[in-house]
Design a protein. Structure first.
Lengths: 362, 310
């Protein structure tokens, strides 16, 4: 008989080994899925994970894309991970991402055609504010009325999507766009653009912000009292209250930080890679970031690596759909599968698997 | 008898139809939560039910087999959730989210060949002359089977939870799994069955959307219905009849805003479409702020994993 035995403390080895094991298992299960779709599984996996980086034909285009796609994922996931650690579930990052982009682009477009270099920083501030504001709705409802933040933050995504539709068809529509939906192309207005800073790397301001946030979050969690409180509140809520942790303040802070970072990610995206506000400029980074946060084990450094890997699946997925005709939805299912395996093998971190019947404890 | 271009009898009849997916998914989730399990993957199970149901109905030409297929699809995905949370002790919130993300991807993958196809028609229940009664005929006696099934399921769940031994055991497991375990009940087995029931109901609700409510297949067809079903369970403070009430309230708002859109109201379409979500949030706030009464009704072991250490 198989039996589970709780470890006295989580295994340090498995803490790092489980994400790797999960990726390997996902590759196997994903390969089976691709085989069922009538594709050569080995070729598909190679196209997704190897070709974007090392194939001479595609790497020149794909490598810079890695940072472009990983930037927003890391930025959002680091914010989410703080809340997840404290047991505060902000799953509406997609909505905060949209609102950040709308606020930032709104400020920029209101100033159009002012040409000073202060416009972009102002837009960044507005984007951060927009995301923060949108996250404050579930946060304040949670602290004031004890409303479930999971449901409210998620339902607000649908509201944000409708606001986005309204804005790109109405208020923010390009007056010179010939009636087509979508705003002016922010990427082509020098004062508002978020360009590639070093040619051929994909490095833009959002990626730099993501790296800075990773470092800041690492210091926060390792060295700052707030980081300690976040970890304590998640692991032992009662002990945290005795230690003087104010749970309300923690909700406001964690939701606020994650919202602000998601808003910033939205602004960097809309001024850079996406270029304009349009009905569907958001591609679900806010949801994928949840997978990234867990894959990185809610650890800033882990999230950095997980973000790069998840970006690779996006790029590899595009390549596979172009080269092998693999449906785009297959990659979405693949990413979901990764989270499943991750949660499944996480068992090994906290439990030992024993064979045979139980021995009497002394 | 029209008010602002909207006929009240037709409005009530269509709100009953609009509520069916939410009633089914919410009543299933209610049973799951009564057993102490929080499955946030309702949206994913619904959309899986929507596509498997649609595919089955198209393949067999029989809508009722389609509903069966939808229920199996939803239950199949919930099985993954059950194994992960009950046997591998994974975090329920995270696993539920994974279920939704995976379900959205997989459903769109399966659904690729089904875009633009019409499903077989589901016929209304033949009530004969009853359907000709003015007002009541349109409101009550002019629906497909599933409308009555959804009400029947609500009644059945209410009766089982309130009057049967099975209901008592289910509630015991949800209130204190340790006590239930000590009494000799198989906590994991009971929870697995509840999870499967919840998945089947969510799948049935999803199949209703793709087979009757819309009726066709598009990506992301459930559009947050699963999340609203989760909110309705909180709104109902875990009471089956209130699920019906909450779902009808929500269905009413959905239908009303659609009618207002069609009638060309001066409110922009986007603001009308966001209204059901906003009102759901408002209702959640009202329910949770009521001096913690609703919260007291929540099963005590909700969201906690069970590991028999002794």
């Amino acid at each position: 008989m198989l039996r589970l035995e709780k470890r006295p403390s989580p295994s340090a080895f498995w803490q790092w080994a489980t994400p790797v094991l999960a990726v390997v298992l996902t590759m196997i299960a994903g390969g089976i899925m691709f085989a069922l779709l009538g594709k050569n599984p080995v070729e598909a996996i190679r196209t997704i994970f190897w070709d974007p980086l090392f194939n001479e034909q595609f790497a020149a285009y794909s490598r810079p894309q890695l940072l472009v796609k990983a930037g927003p994922l890391i930025l959002i996931a680091v914010g989410l991970s703080l809340g997840f650690r404290a047991g505060i579930w902000n799953i509406g990052a997609e909505g905060q991402y949209i609102m950040g982009a709308l606020f930032g682009a709104g400020v920029g477009l209101a100033l159009y055609p002012v040409e000073t270099r202060w416009v972009f920083p102002l837009m960044v501030v507005a984007g951060i504010f927009g995301g923060w504001l949108w996250a404050m709705i579930p946060a304040i409802l949670k602290t004031r009325f004890n409303t479930n933040e999971i449901l409210v933050s998620l339902l607000l995504v649908y509201v944000a999507q409708n606001v986005l539709a309204s804005m790109s068809l109405g208020l923010l529509r390009n007056p010179e766009g010939g009636g087509f939906p979508g705003s002016r192309n922010l990427g082509q207005i020098p004062a508002m653009a978020n360009p590639e800073l070093i040619p051929g790397t994909g490095m833009h301001w959002g990626v730099i912000a993501a790296f800075m946030v990773v470092i800041a979050a690492y210091i926060l969690l390792q060295r700052h009292i707030l980081g300690f409180q976040i970890k304590l509140a998640g692991q032992a809520p009662r002990a945290a209250r005795f230690a003087g942790v104010n749970p309300q303040r923690l909700v406001l802070l964690c939701m606020g930080i994650s919202g602000a970072l998601a808003g910033a990610a939205g602004l960097f995206e809309v001024t850079g890679p996406s270029g304009q506000i349009s009905i569907d400029f958001n591609v679900g980074y806010g949801f994928t970031a949840i997978i990234v946060a867990f894959l990185g084990r809610l650890n800033p450094i882990g999230i950095l690596l997980a973000g790069l890997l998840m970006a690779l699946t996006y790029i590899g997925g595009e390549l596979a759909s172009f080269m092998l005709g693999l449906p785009a939805a297959a990659i979405q299912a693949f990413q979901g599968m990764l989270l499943f395996f991750l949660l499944a093998v996480d068992l090994l971190t906290n439990f030992r698997i024993r064979f045979g019947t139980r021995k009497e404890a002394l | 008898m029209d008010i602002g271009g909207i006929n009240p009898a037709v409005l009530i009849a269509s709100l009953m139809v609009a509520s069916v997916p939410i009633i089914l998914a919410a009543i299933g989730e209610l049973v799951v939560e009564k057993a102490g399990v929080l499955n946030l993957g309702v949206e994913g199970m619904m959309i899986m039910g929507a596509i498997t149901g649609f595919a089955t109905a198209v393949a067999t030409g029989n809508p009722y087999l389609g509903f069966l297929g939808g229920a199996i699809g939803g239950a199949g995905l919930s099985l993954v959730f059950g194994v992960l949370t009950q046997f591998l002790l994974a975090n329920q919130v995270a696993t539920g989210l994974a279920l939704t993300l995976f379900g959205l991807g997989l459903s769109s993958l399966i659904g690729q060949g089904y875009v633009g196809i019409k499903p077989p028609l589901t016929e209304n229940v033949p009530f004969g002359p009853l359907a000709d009664i003015p007002f009541l005929g349109t409101v009550i006696f002019d629906h497909d089977w599933m409308v009555y099934v959804s009400i029947g399921v609500c009644a059945a769940v209410w009766a089982v939870l309130k009057y049967t031994r099975l209901g008592l055991i289910l509630r015991a497991v949800g209130e204190s799994h340790d006590a239930a375990h000590a009494l000799g009940y198989k906590v994991v087995r009971i929870r697995m069955l509840a999870i499967l029931f919840g998945g089947a109901m969510a799948g049935l609700g999803g199949a209703y959307i793709s087979l009757i409510r819309v009726p066709q297949w598009t990506d992301g067809i459930t559009a947050g219905a699963g999340w609203i079903a989760l909110a309705i369970v909180v709104f109902a403070s875990w009471k089956p009849w209130r699920v019906l009430l909450g779902a009808y309230l929500f269905g009413g708002i959905t239908v009303l805003q659609l009618n207002l859109q069609a009638a060309g109201a001066r409110i922009p379409v986007e603001y009308l479409s966001m209204s059901p979500y906003l009102i759901t949030i408002l209702v959640l706030v009202i329910m949770s702020s009521g001096k913690g009464k609703a919260a007291l009704n929540a099963p005590a072991a909700l969201g906690q994993n069970f590991h028999a250490s002794r």
